[in-house]
Design a protein around this ligand. Structure first.
Ligand SMILES: [Zn+2]
Length: 358
């Protein structure tokens, strides 16, 4: 890493470093880029006491995020409540079960506010006037709201058959909405082509490495809210598959920095029955995820084809122990004894968007 940089982009495969620029793939081998940090430097700059003195939002972990120097954090995003779920704990026969309630995340009531906050910090840093995304709802709202706050123009691309209610808030915030005749995968590909041609900041395309790092703040908050301890188990909604790996990464970073005691946290990935492409692939031992096109009747997830192109193997790596263990969480411990899984934790990711039953 260049000595002047706190962080920079690095290829996940060939390890080539690319400084900081709005790209998401290695120009040599086309593997995805991720953010690499100078942890030796960061470890000297941060402490639990210092974090505790800061406002309760995700910017309190700024050293762990790819933010521009002198970043002006004006929106209090994140630091959502960790709520003890007594009834659920009794059902699962577990001493302590908590819900990390990102359904009250500011400003648009979804986990996407976190990733967009980090991506737009870099969008301004790179001088983009227009910010954009491909979306099926929550992400469009988060981009539209935060762009409006920052004085940026927002243009979001959605599949043409997306329910109008899902982008109502997006319209309220003044974003331009472009409906594309195709599924989410088609919309995503189109956005990649536009990002190649125009100077637009697409949060989940050319800003994706920075955007993805925003997810780690869920993990930092969980650890801090538990008194700088890691839980025994974490249940994470899979959706596109990135959050589970980022919470793992957050726990590892805190452990490596000595801010929490090391613990072998068990991770569980949750997917709704009938819309479970990742769970299905893991249970079948497949190395590729097959998109599902089921229209759900009873659950809130309808995003069946929205995996970023680089994600398949990484997702399976992230959740190799995940979905096989899920039955443990769906019925009480048959022994009748308190579960040895002392501190469990679930992470609902959003509140506002549901698919209208068919
Ligand atoms: Zn490479």
């Amino acid at each position: 890493m260049s000595t002047s940089l706190r962080y920079e982009l690095r290829c996940r495969e060939c390890q080539t470093t690319w400084g900081n620029q709005p790209i998401s793939f290695c120009q040599k081998c086309f593997a995805p880029l991720e953010v690499a940090y100078d942890w030796a430097r960061i470890s000297k700059e941060i402490s639990k006491d210092e974090i505790a003195r800061r406002p309760t939002n995700l910017w309190r972990y700024k050293e762990f995020l790819p933010l521009p120097e002198q970043h002006d954090a004006s929106l209090p995003v994140g630091f959502t409540p960790l709520v003890k779920a007594k009834g659920l704990g009794e059902t699962l026969r577990s001493k302590s079960v908590y819900l990390k309630n990102d359904a009250v995340c500011f400003p648009t009531l979804s986990f996407k506010d976190r990733v967009v906050a980090v991506a737009l910090a870099q969008a301004r840093n790179f001088g983009f006037d227009v910010v954009s995304c491909s979306s099926t709802g929550n992400l469009a709202n988060a981009v539209a709201a935060q762009a409006a706050h920052l004085g940026l123009r927002a243009c979001v691309f959605i599949p043409s058959d997306l329910e109008a209610a899902k982008v109502l808030n997006t319209q309220v915030y003044g974003a331009q909405i472009v409906r594309i005749d195709g599924n989410y995968d088609h919309v995503n590909r189109l956005c990649s082509q536009i990002a190649d041609k125009h100077r637009w900041g697409f949060v989940n395309v050319n800003l994706r490495p920075y955007y993805a790092e925003g997810s780690k703040t869920v993990g930092y908050e969980i650890a801090e809210q538990l008194g700088w301890r890691l839980p025994d188990n974490v249940v994470v909604p899979m959706a596109g598959g990135s959050l589970i790996g980022k919470i793992y990464k957050a726990f590892k970073e805190l452990t490596d920095l000595g801010l929490v005691e090391a613990k072998n946290v068990k991770f569980f990935g949750a997917q709704a029955t009938g819309c479970s492409p990742i769970s299905t692939a893991v249970k079948a031992g497949q190395s590729e995820i097959t998109p599902q096109t089921v229209r759900l009747r009873k659950t809130v997830l309808a995003k069946t084809d929205q995996f970023p192109p680089e994600s398949n193997l990484r997702i399976l790596f992230s959740c190799e122990h995940a979905t096989k263990r899920l039955p443990l969480l769906s019925k009480p411990n048959p022994s009748g004894k308190p579960s040895p899984l002392a501190t469990g934790l679930c992470v609902p990711s959003g509140a506002n968007l549901t698919t209208v039953p068919a």
